[in-house]
Design a protein around this ligand. Sequence first.
Ligand SMILES: Cc1cc2nc3c(=O)[nH]c(=O)nc-3n(C[C@H](O)[C@H](O)[C@H](O)COP(=O)(O)OP(=O)(O)OC[C@H]3O[C@@H](n4cnc5c(N)ncnc54)[C@H](O)[C@@H]3O)c2cc1C
Length: 448
Amino acid sequence: MHETDYLIVGAGISGLTAALTLLNKCPQAKVTILDSASEAGGLLRSVSYDDKSFDFGTHIPEMSSDSELNSLLFPADKCADWHRLTALKTGNYFAGKMNEQSQFLNVTYATDWFNKALYELLQTSAESQPSYPNLDVFSRLRYGQCVTEKVFSPLMTKFTGMALNELSSKAAAYYGMARLIYGDARCAANLKKIAAFDEVLAYPSDTQKPRQATWIYPSDGKGIGSWITLLTDNIRQLGGHFIFNCKIEAVSHQQGNLVIQTQAGQLTARQLIWTIPAYSGLQGGHQQRPASRAVAIYHFHSKTKPATSQHYLYCYDAAMHSYRITFYDNIQQHDSAACYRCSVEVIENDERIATVDDIKAELVTMGLFNHVDEIIHAGSISLPFGFPILKAGDEQSRAEIFAKVKHHNPEILFCGRGKPQVFFMTDVLLDTYQETLTLIPAVECHHD
Ligand SMILES: Cc1cc2nc3c(=O)[nH]c(=O)nc-3n(C[C@H](O)[C@H](O)[C@H](O)COP(=O)(O)OP(=O)(O)OC[C@H]3O[C@@H](n4cnc5c(N)ncnc54)[C@H](O)[C@@H]3O)c2cc1C
């Protein structure tokens, strides 16, 4: 039987953060990380074809406001030459136009119906409500009928396969549509003086809202997977132990310890740290993961430089398959002898299967390349649990399930995506770090 002080469930970036925090604060603690996959990293992994590296989707980590957490995750001696970005260059394609000024969709590009949309926006009630029953109600009340039918409905069907009235009012934010652009800088500044408009409107250019942050990315050309290798090596050097290809079947309590039944046998731990969204094996929990849609990621390279300087772009064209495109050589300094790489994320749709040729044609239609022959397909991967679908009522039901699981398992620490409301990486990292720190006094007492 494997015995450990701390058993961390999930070797994604959250589990790795928890392990590093514990091992740095309490070097004598026995820390074990268990994962059902065959390697660490979760969604933060890279794949290589003919020496060309690509990531599992866009993942550019942001340095946190906590310098101690930064030094755990980005040790100065190992990350000195990594790429540091003071702004994320994020654009989007909408209504036949490329917008390189902002990630947010610019409604003014829809010249045939923009005036109607603006009129409706100005007619909307300026009062925001504490909550909305679904995205349809939210969109109609906050933006009006035109934007609901021309923007939210087709795009959210593309992204989730569901109708607006089946989705939570917050579902669109996962797809970069938390706000929309309705005019130039002066128009945005004026409208945003009204609190209710401020919440739903974006500035036309990201430079108008400077954000103090630094994003960081490995410089060895091997993608985000290099970060995971660095962290897993550090954890092993500090004495951490990994168990892969292993799933928890049941957790019980015996004489002050937790006994964890897995497919591979039993483990005992003084403390369990849960970083994954499913609660299988836990009392009060169930097997089901939160709803999500599979994502296919198509990796391409070319000798010609894509016609954009953006780090990544969203495709807000409901007729196209593409969702988000990452341009690695705009993130990294480009070696002129090498080729240019990009990855296209496609949210899978059983009724409309994308082919490699479809995606290449879309890259040309978006003006990123001149001809499909310039684009070479390197390979593709599929993530079965990709983008989350926040259905109407989900927030409440997820909170209820979480409360029930916590109630039945008071000694388990839930962090990162183990909590229903945490999804984006910056939040995952900070939450995991802060939660793990709460265990430190107990560890130190134990070993003193
Ligand atoms: C396609 C996609 C794009 C994204 N883009 C962005 C973005 O642009 N910006 C951003 O901030 N965030 C983004 N995110 C979210 C970001 O990926 C997450 O915040 C981050 O990866 C979470 O890390 P994690 O360790 O919590 O989860 P994961 O990376 O999912 O790792 C969880 C680990 O747990 C393991 N596991 C799962 N179930 C079990 C089980 N039952 N037993 C044992 N092990 C198990 C898995 O194998 C995996 O290794 C994106 C997510 C997706 C899906």
